[in-house]
Write a protein that binds this ligand. Structure first.
Ligand code: ADP
Ligand code: MG
Length: 680
């Protein structure tokens, strides 16, 4: 099945190129390219009872042909046909060859839409099947498959080639699940499932085929995840961190607030994992502003108090810098040395940090991707923390812990993920949830405005700034180019400074500034020197300036709900009333409904659920980097129960050692293949 599709009959260079565009290169790709839908063409109608407008399948004999030019470039081919119930007509457009293919006397199954012509029924044919010679039964008279986006390939052709491939290759296919396993779950053999998913003889066969293939798909996925976890976490046992929390308690006492109950609970879950010899692999979920950072800090203190090093990786320099300043203040006073390492750390400082990590002089390092560079080595990495994990791929997530020998791993996510989906997106992690905000937080008052109401937005900004607060103004997202986006933001900032807010200090931040410039702007904003910060979405994630209470978001319709919620989270960080003003020219229909979700909800999980309902998981997660896996057949939340079963089974197969038995060789190979694809 790994042979190229070009080896198949009917696949020439042109069609090969088209298949290639669909990602179909091997016979296996073709066989695993499943139909998107099926049309039921089993019930044969008789010619006397046809209802105009309905779609039917009839069995007829061709009596004669008539060819007619309707207008330039539109030729109609009309056949007179007879069958059970009398006579009628069948028409094709622009298919002159059809006359030769179906000469008078041919017996054909026709599928199409019924109209009436001089009292006799006429069928506009979509699909036909000749009953002698080339008859394959693929196009009509059955549950007929339709394939997704065919890149210029006809459905007829796709059916035929798939049929050929199945006929030739299915007899050689290796079964992946042993008989007892299949019997226990009442699963049909793989070869039967693959045939029936393309050409089901009846609904039941189709249903069974899907059941088998969905289970198998999820089992392989769970096996790969489990292997991935073992490989990255190591099976030889991790670090048992010290149970002595003296330093942690000192750290907690030094905070200007006390932890919420939810923070205490997740900290306990994390500490239990850390104290156990098994390597921790835990996801910390919590809404924007729920206080995940301080939980991570406490875990880092715990690791450090036992002599282990800790590392925290953040997706942007702005965020890494912010965490560093925070940690230096909080952990420095405990006598721990904290360092920052990003792409823009200067040479001398970089050398110092790298040396300090290697000798163990530095206890905690905060940084960006720079942390996973080759040159970075730890003396004794005991805890790896990844902030805002949705910005990193699965592979990058694995690279930080790989810097140590089975360190504990804590992953923090900021985009709340509906509970039903967390298991899928982060299947290899245990989940802790902060389901409570620090006390005194008021929901951010959120309004949708049109461009003509922009003045009102600015008036509110001015009022808040006069009262000593600060504001963000987010410029429209420009997909094509960060340079254009930066230029637009700069122009906007100048205009706002000169024309709208001459009395206040307006600052500018965007992705094209040098890191040192970004740092400086953020620092001035933090200090209150800049009162209004105009920016692009570089401030989207994690930025924490509690004195900011208004955010104006231009072109709000271009963002996903989760992203808007993130942005809004920038101003939900204190007990002052905060405001989020969403500006859009298009607040009707779908966009209006989406933005309304944000106006009506302050809970990130509820928003995520709504976003998921409105856009489906593909759109919800947007891109691969959000960690959403792609499945051929499985859909969520529909197949969640199957996933849970597959997860248990995968763990059983690995822990029991069964996976190494010969009867599971094929399954193991498939899981390894999947794993290899992740690790490239
Ligand atoms: P996120 O979970 O979005 O990363 P942060 O960790 O940035 O949130 O915390 C948001 C803000 O809440 C910070 O200013 C932080 O100091 C503050 N904070 C965290 N925990 C508490 C608490 N228990 N009580 C009061 N404020 C808190
Ligand atoms: Mg955060």
């Amino acid at each position: 099945m790994d042979r190229p599709v070009a080896d198949l009959k009917y696949v020439g260079p042109q069609r090969r190129a088209r298949l290639d565009r669909l990602g179909i290169r091997t016979v296996k790709d073709l066989i695993y390219h499943f139909p998107r839908r099926y049309e039921d063409r089993r019930r044969l109608s008789t010619l006397d009872g046809l209802v105009p407008g309905s779609r039917v399948t009839v069995l007829v004999t061709i009596v004669g042909w008539e060819e007619k030019s309707v207008r330039p470039r539109l030729t109609l081919m009309r056949a007179e046909v007879e069958g059970e119930g009398g006579r009628g007509y069948a028409v094709w457009y622009n298919q002159a060859y059809i006359k030769r293919r179906l000469p008078p006397g041919s017996r054909v199954l026709l599928t199409g839409k019924v109209s009436v012509r001089s009292l006799l029924p006429e069928i506009q044919v979509d699909d036909y099947e000749l009953l002698e010679g080339e008859y394959t039964g693929l196009n009509t008279g059955y549950l007929v498959p339709f394939y997704p986006s065919s890149a210029g390939l006809t459905q007829r052709w796709h059916r035929l080639v798939t049929y050929q491939a199945l006929a030739e290759y299915l007899p050689h296919i290796k079964e992946t699940l042993p008989l007892e396993w299949r019997q226990q779950y009442r699963l049909v053999p793989l070869a039967k499932a693959l045939r029936d998913i393309h050409f089901p003889s009846e609904e039941k066969a189709l249903h069974q085929a899907r059941r088998r293939l969905i289970y198998e798909e999820l089992l392989i996925w769970e096996l790969a995840l489990a292997m991935h976890r073992r490989r990255t976490a190591g099976s030889e046992g991790g670090i048992a961190h010290s149970r002595d929390n003296t330093l942690v308690n000192k750290f907690l006492k030094g905070l200007p607030f006390s932890l919420t109950r939810a923070q205490e609970r997740v900290l306990e879950e994390i500490f239990t994992d850390m104290e156990a010899p098994r390597p921790m692999a835990r996801l910390l979920q919590g809404d924007v502003g729920s206080g995940k950072t301080v939980v991570a800090a406490a875990a880092l203190v715990k690791a450090a108090s036992g002599g282990w090093q800790g590392a925290l990786m953040a997706p942007t320099e702005v965020l890494a810098e912010q965490h560093f300043l925070n940690f230096r203040r909080l952990l420095g006073s405990l006598g721990l040395s904290v360092a920052l390492l990003t792409g823009s750390t200067n040479r001398r400082e970089k050398d110092r940090v790298i040396a300090g990590l290697e000798t163990g002089q530095i206890s905690v390092v905060v940084g960006t991707h720079a942390l996973i560079q080759e040159s970075v080595k730890f003396k004794s990495l005991g805890l790896a923390v990844i902030d805002e994990q949705h910005r990193f791929g699965v592979r990058q997530r694995a690279q930080l812990p790989a810097k140590g020998r089975t360190p504990d791993l804590l992953v923090m996510t900021a985009t709340p993920i509906p509970r039903t989906l967390a298991l899928v997106a982060y299947g290899d992690l245990d989940v802790s949830l902060i389901d409570e905000l620090p006390p005194g937080r008021k929901p951010v008052a959120t309004y949708v405005l049109t461009g003509s109401q922009r003045r009102q937005a600015y008036r509110l900004v001015a009022k808040e700034v006069q009262a000593g607060r600060q504001a963000y103004i987010i410029c429209p997202l420009i997909d094509e180019s960060e340079t254009q986006e930066a230029a637009a933001a700069a122009a906007r900032a100048r205009e706002l400074q000169e024309r709208v807010f001459p009395a206040f200090k307006v600052g500018l931040i965007h992705g094209r500034l040098r890191p040192a410039e970004k740092e400086e702007v953020m620092e001035r904003f933090r200090q209150g020197d800049i009162q209004i910060l105009v920016g692009t979405t570089v401030i989207e994630v994690g930025v924490d300036v509690p004195n900011a209470t208004v955010i104006v978001i231009e072109g709000a319709e271009r963002y996903g709900l989760a992203q808007l919620h993130q942005l809004r989270g920038r101003v939900a960080r204190s007990s002052h009333q905060a405001y989020c003003l969403l500006i859009t020219e298009n607040n009707l229909g779908g966009t209006g409904r989406r933005l309304k979700v944000l106006v009506d909800n302050s809970d990130g999980f509820a928003i995520a659920e709504a976003d998921l309902r409105l856009r489906g998981p593909g759109e919800f997660f947007g891109t691969r980097q959000h960690g959403w896996p792609e499945f051929r057949l499985a859909e969520f939340p529909r197949d969640l129960a199957v996933l849970e079963q597959a997860r248990k089974d995968a763990h059983f197969l690995i822990l029991s050692g069964y996976l190494d038995r010969p009867e599971y060789a094929e399954l193991k190979a498939l899981a390894e293949e999947k794993l290899a694809a992740w690790e490239v």
